[in-house]
Design a protein. Structure first.
Length: 113
């Protein structure tokens, strides 16, 4: 059974940074395409970043150049480094594979002055 536990969210001012972490059990992150998703209030969940099993990454246009996805194979963790945060980045953030079946509880990110 796959378990995903996201952490690292919080309240940050515009222009600030946060690093989200995702502890994964039940699958090996280095063998899967892993992704970060977000869901803002009243909007659909969207993928913002992914990393392939060979380490290639891809980003939504809205976060390109500001967010970086990475993973720690030894600890089976996935990270999302978020810099230059904007109010429109406010959302609940989730990690998952590129073909999610179930979701973790997510971590809330609020960007506000």
């Amino acid at each position: 059974q796959v378990q995903l536990v996201e952490s690292g969210g919080g309240l940050v001012q515009p222009g600030g940074s946060l690093r989200l972490s995702c502890a994964v059990s039940g699958l090996i992150v280095s063998r899967r395409i892993m992704a970060w998703y977000r869901q803002a209030p009243g909007k659909q969940r969207e993928m913002v970043a992914l990393i392939t099993n060979v380490g290639n990454s891809n980003y939504a246009d809205s976060v390109k150049g500001r967010f970086t996805i990475s993973r720690d194979n030894a600890r089976n963790l996935v990270y999302l480094q978020m810099n230059s945060l904007k109010p429109e980045d406010t959302a609940d953030y989730y990690c998952n594979t590129d073909s999610p079946v179930s979701w973790g509880q997510g971590t809330q990110v609020t960007v506000s002055s």
